[in-house]
Structure formats: structure tokens, C-alpha cells
Design a protein around this ligand. Sequence first.
Ligand code: HEM
Length: 409
Amino acid sequence: MTQTADQHRPADEPPAFPMPRACPFTPPARYAELRAKEPVSRAVLKVNGKPAWLVSTYEGLKKVLGDSRVSANLKLPGYPLQVPVPEELLQSVPLTFLSMDQPEHTVQRRLLAPEFSLRRMRALRPGIQQIVDERIDAMLAAGGPLDLVGALALPVPSLVICRLLGVPYEDHPRFEHWAGQIMNQQISDAERGLAHYELDQYVDQLVTAKESEPGDDMISRLIAANRAEPSVEHADIVSMARLMLVTGHETTANMIALGTLALLEHPEQLAALRAEPELLPKAVEELLRFFSISDSGTARVALEDIELDGVTIRAGEGILPLNNSANHDESVFPDPDTLDIRREARSHLAFGYGIHQCIGQNLARIELEIVYETLFRRIPELRLAVPVSGLTFKDDAIVYGMYELPVTW
Ligand code: HEM
């Protein structure tokens, strides 16, 4: 016998979502309870008081994200938006392919996929190494203490994406400015909105310029591939380029900062990594699993009634598959709250699952490998400039992360 949302009577009131973390290194305590007792459970979104289903187990997450009866379309009623967006604005902005369903999603993803092949990503290594080295040169020249987010974590992904997309070198400072503003919580919504707007305008002009004067970069190749076999419009290429900037930037920046912090706070793990540098790829997977920064970033809405673990999710109801909970599912990752860089963590779901699984995951892995290796090699005495208790974590959002990480050496 299954339950519906109306009949579903959990022992406690549905928790407000997102839930607070007691410690920056562990998921909210309630996740473990949910996995054990109520793997598909009700929650109330803090942002607007609307209900949504939480899916907390590893298998449950794979089932939902692999199911073609769920939609990623954030304009559909019932989609569990986690940021306040006025309805008119929401309906007026075009969808990126992150929020499209098949078959529209497939058209854009297919055009972009060759750009993210492992071969292409590996070829970026020397360029990424150069970017990281230059940033660390600047850190060493400035001397500590300094904020690692501003000095390294934000600029590296921003410069990498610029290079990938073919943003002219002289425009990089403007890009970094917009990227910093978009992530800055100290400024007003209007100021952040302006940064979004200016970035949009810039990307549109960049694509237009490359339509007449192509270079050796991703945007130019997308334009050429689309000319050879037309499948999308100019506006779609602008939207794809814009999506790369947003999705590839804040996520990687937060993983650089959090991963560095975790290694500093777990000196035995850092020592193991130094003693056995070949552990680096495993360490990156484990850090991705451990933090699962895009916890509920894979929100969906049911298109039909779906039965999951004895619960019926009705058509039109919102679903939040919790990556962070799935990646701490003890049936898949024993002793999940322990950071263990020797663990086989590669099957984690930090990059999502199914048709929307992160297209930039190989790029993210390479960036993280290069940053952690280079940072701890070139600044072996790196340490926190303040106690962990003095740090602020970005908890109430889709992407878990840090605004600032004061370090010294
Ligand atoms: C540590 C870094 C990263 C994390 C944790 C991450 C996480 C994710 C997750 C969880 C999804 C799935 C969203 C969903 O199912 O709705 C996703 C999708 C995506 N990511 Fe990433 N990402 C990272 C880095 C990047 C980078 C570097 C890029 C590109 C330069 C990128 C581009 C994208 C795009 C375009 C999608 C949408 C794919 C689709 O809808 O088919 N990401 N990412």
C-alpha cells in the first residue's frame, strides 16, 4: 500500500529546507534519520513555505534523476525553486538546457558534448597549470595573510572558463569583476542583478563577434558546428556560453576553498597525500563526495504520478534529490562522515545523475587536481589565519560554500 502527499503523516512536522549544518564538515544531522526512517519525505521550503519531497538515499536519487517522468523545467508550477524569483521574471527568461527536458535538452547537449571530451579536457592541463602558477606567484608576492577565495578559488575557474570560451585576455578583469559580484552576498540584489545583466550583454556581443571572426575556442567551434548542421539559434549559443560561466564557476570555486580547508583541518589526510601524490585523483573524488556542494541543485518536478519507496509523488509535486545525503548513504560509503582520501568514492553523485549529469565534470576534476597539488607543493606552510569557528559558510543556498578563507604561511 502506498501513501500520497495528503495521506503521508510523518511522525514529526515536515522540516524546513534547507536544514542547518551543525558542523561545516558534516551534512545536516536529520539526513541520516531520513535515510533510515523516511527515505522519501516531506519538507517545507524556507524560501516560500511551499512543500516538496526530499529524496535522501543513494538508490532513491538515482531512480528519480534517471526517470523520464520528472522534469527539470523550473517554470512548471510545483518546481521547488529555492531562491526568490518573481513569477513574471521567471516566465520571461529563456530556459537554459540545464532546465530543459528531452528532446530539446538533447539537441543542445549533443552540440556541446564534444567540447568536454576527456581528450579536450586533458589538452587544457598546461594552460590551467599556468593560470594556477600565476595566481600562486601573486599570492607569494603579496604575502600572507590573505583571502584564498579572492586570491585563488574564484579567479582560477573564471580564467579557465575565459580561456575555454575564447574571452580576450584584456576582458578578463571585467569577467572576474562580474563573477565576484554575482557571488558577493554583501552587495544588494540590484547590484548583483546589474552584474548579471552586464555579463549577459557581454556574452551576447562576444558570440556576435565570433560569428564574423571565429577563433580557436569553444564558442567559435559551436558556431561552426551549428553552421555545418544547424540545430540551434544565436540566442541558444549565448545561453550555452552563459550557462558554462555560471555553472562552472561558483561550484569549482567553492570546491577549491572547501577542499583546501578540509585538507588543512585533516592534517593526517594532507600528510598522506604528500607522501603518496598518486592519491590525488582519489582525494578529489572524496572531497567532491564529502562536501557534495550542490546538495539540492538537482531539483525536479513530477510530470506523472511516481511511486518511490512506498510513497506516491503526485504529478506536479516538487522533488529535491539530496546529493549530500545520497553521498553519505552508509550502505554505499561506509563511515560516510569521515574524510578518507583512500576511499573508492568515484561512484558519488556530486555531479548529479542521468541526462543532466554535469557536462563539466572532467574539467572540474582537472582544475581541482592542479590547484590542490600546486598550492600545497608551492606553499607547504599554508595554514588558516583564523580558527574554523571564525569562518562563515554559505549554508542556505543551492551551492554550499565559502565567501572567504583567510590563510597565511
Ligand atoms: C566541482 C564543480 C562542479 C560541481 C559540483 C557541479 C555539479 C553539477 C551538478 C550536480 C549538475 C546536475 C544538475 C541537475 O541535474 O539538474 C551539473 C550540471 C551541469 N554542470 Fe556542473 N558542476 C561542477 C563544475 C562544472 C563545470 C566546470 C562546468 C563547465 C564549465 C559545469 C557545467 C555544467 C552544465 C552545463 C550542467 C548542465 C548539464 C545538463 O543539463 O545537461 N559544471 N553540475
